[in-house]
Design a protein around this ligand. Sequence first.
Ligand SMILES: CC(C)(COP(=O)(O)OP(=O)(O)OC[C@H]1O[C@@H](n2cnc3c(N)ncnc32)[C@H](O)[C@@H]1OP(=O)(O)O)[C@@H](O)C(=O)NCCC(=O)NCCS
Length: 167
Amino acid sequence: MTGVKVERLLINYKTLEKFKRFKEYGNQELSMMEDLQNNIVENNSESPFYGIYFGNNLIARMSLYRVDAKYDQYFQPPQDYLTLWKLEVLPDYQGQGYGKAMVEFAKSFQLPIKTNPRINSHGFWEKMGFQKAHYEMERDLGENPLIWLPDGVEEKSQGSEQETTRD
Ligand SMILES: CC(C)(COP(=O)(O)OP(=O)(O)OC[C@H]1O[C@@H](n2cnc3c(N)ncnc32)[C@H](O)[C@@H]1OP(=O)(O)O)[C@@H](O)C(=O)NCCC(=O)NCCS
């Protein structure tokens, strides 16, 4: 899809108002609101959210957070990776390539990506080249993570101990 701009969203009352139109609205958004009200963050601070505007409407959004290599339990060699969650395209705009544009934006950082898919979205993630991570009980309790591997990166082999960096 050409001409679609994925942009970093700012934390302000306007953005938080637009988030209310998305289904996955919860603790993360509420805590941003509290932080704003208590002046813990400034109006127009950068958020971990990215989105696509259609005119004045925010029609797609996702949260993208960089995890430090020392916490990496998924990839080989251990490295910084992105956690992607809350990807959602508003119903009237689904099926027009916006979800794909968001995922391609996330891939453009050339870091491995981990996501925890919502029910019924597996087909979409498969099309985007994501694969199921081997299930590890202690690590994945309650999650069914999907991962995307850029060239040269492999999934951590099952049961292998990884050296973690000590501070
Ligand atoms: C899942 C979601 C993020 C996908 O975004 P989208 O903008 O609708 O998807 P796109 O138009 O970018 O689709 C990209 C490709 O994935 C395919 N696709 C999209 N959703 C799919 C699904 N649920 N299952 C299988 N394939 C899917 C599209 O057909 C398209 O394929 P193509 O490139 O061969 O044409 C979006 O639909 C959404 O937010 N849904 C919210 C509710 C939800 O999770 N629904 C799951 C489906 S019921």
